[in-house]
Design a protein around this ligand. Sequence first.
Ligand code: HEM
Length: 461
Amino acid sequence: MKQINGPKTSHLIQEFQWIADPVDYMNTCARKYGDIFGTRIGAGCRNLIFTSHPEAIQYILTHDTKELTAPGSVNGILKPLVGDKSVILLEDKAHRRQRKLLMPPFHGERMFNYGQLICDLTRKVGDRWEVGKPFRARDSMQEISLAVILQAVFGVYEGTRYDRLKELTGNLSKVVDSPLSASLLFFPFLQQDLGAWSPWGRFRRLRQEIDELLFEEIEERRQHPDETRTDILSLMMAARDEDGQPMTNEELRDELLTLLFAGHETTATAMAWSLYWVNRLPEVRDRLLSELATLPPNADPMTIYRLPYLSAICQESLRIYPVAMITFPRVTTQPVELMGYHLEPGTTVVGCIYLLHRNPSIYPEPEQFKPERFLERKYSPYEYLPFGSGSRQCIGMALAQYEMKLTLATVMLNYELAWADSKPPKASRRGVTLAARGGIPMVLKGRRSRPEKSVEVAAVS
Ligand code: HEM
C-alpha cells in the first residue's frame, strides 16, 4: 500500500500559504508529491487530502453517498456568509430534500425564461461604459450577476429594497475579497466584533442589515401571497415538507443568502475571465465575432446558447482558471482503497479542480487558452469539473453557463472593448474562489454598429 505524502510544515504555515497564494501552494505540492497529497489545511480538518487524478476524483464523487459522505459540517467556514440552515451546511436527508426543492427553478424552461433579462441587464450595464474611460470588467460583470440573482431568485425588482440589497451585498463581498481579508473566514479567532470599524464588526452589521431586508421581503410576501410569481423565493415559500410544513423565515433567509453568494460572485468572476481571454487574444475574438455574425436577426437566447465556439470559450475559461479551485470535502465512512492508497474512516478528501484542469496528459499545453480543444474532444465529467459532481454538484451550473454565454455574446455584439493592461492578471484568492487580481481593466473603444434589430435578443415565450 502506498503512502500519501505532503508538506510537513505546520497547520498555520500551510493555511497561510493556501490563503495567500493558493495557486502557488497547489502547484508546489503537485510538483513535489504528484496527483494525490496530504495537507494540513482546512478549519476543523487538519488532514485534508487533495487529489487531481481523474480516476480518484471519479471514485470520491460517485461514492459520496456510499463509502464516503459529503457532510455539511465540514463547510463551516461558509457559515458566517450563508447561515447554518443553508443547503451547503445540511447533510443526509435534510440536504437531499433541500436540493430537490432548489433544483427545478435552475433548469429547463423556467431557467431559460431568464434569457431576456440577462441580455437586457448586460446592455444596461454596457451602455454606461464611456469610450476611452477604463473600467474593471469584474465590477461590471458583478453588477449583472447580482441583478440576475436578485431578480430571478429573489424576485426583487427595482426599488428602494432592491437598491439597498445591491449596495449591502456588494459591501459584504468586499469585506472578504482579498487574501488578507479572506483570513476572517479561515481563522475563527479573528471573528471578533470590536465595533463598527473592525472588519468583523462591519461584516456582522452588514449581515444584520441584509437579514432585516430579507425578512421584510419574506413577511410582505406572506401578507400578500401572489400565485403568479415564478421567482425562486416564491417557489420556496410555496413548498411543503413531508409533514406539510413550510420553510421557516430563517431557513428561507439562509437559502437566499446561499444562492446570492454561491451564485453571483462565482459567475461574475467567470464572466470577467472570459471577457479577458476574448479581448486578449485577437484570433479568439475574430473567430467569435465571425460566429456571432451568423446569428439571425432577433436570435433567441437558446440559439445563442448553442453556438459551439462561444460555448467552447466559456468552457475553456472555466478550465484554465476554475473559479472554484476544489470541490467541497468528502469524508470516508469506512476504509477505502484509492488508487493504491489506504484511507482510514474519517479521512477528508477534495477533488482539486485547478490541478485536474492543468494536467498536460488531458490538456496538452495546459497554460494556453485554446477553446478549440472543446470542439475537438469530449472530456469526461471527471476530466472537466468546474461545477463539481455527485451529491453536492453545483445547483446553479446551468444558470451560470447560460449567463456566461449570453453576457459574453451580448457584450461582443454591441461593444468594442480592449484589455487595458500590459501584464497578464495574476490569479488570486477572492474569498473562497480564484479571481483575477485587479479585476481585469478594460476600455471601451466604440459601440458596434450592427443594426439595432439584429443585436436585440428576443424573449423566449
Ligand atoms: C461559474 C459559476 C459557478 C461555479 C464555477 C460554481 C462551482 C461550484 C462548485 C465546484 C460546487 C461544489 C460541487 C461539489 O462539491 O461537487 C458548487 C456548489 C454549489 N453551487 Fe455553484 N458554481 C457557480 C455558480 C453558481 C450559481 C449561479 C448558483 C446559484 C444561483 C450556485 C449555487 C451553488 C450551491 C447552492 C452549491 C452547493 C450545493 C450543495 O451543497 O448541495 N453556484 N458550485
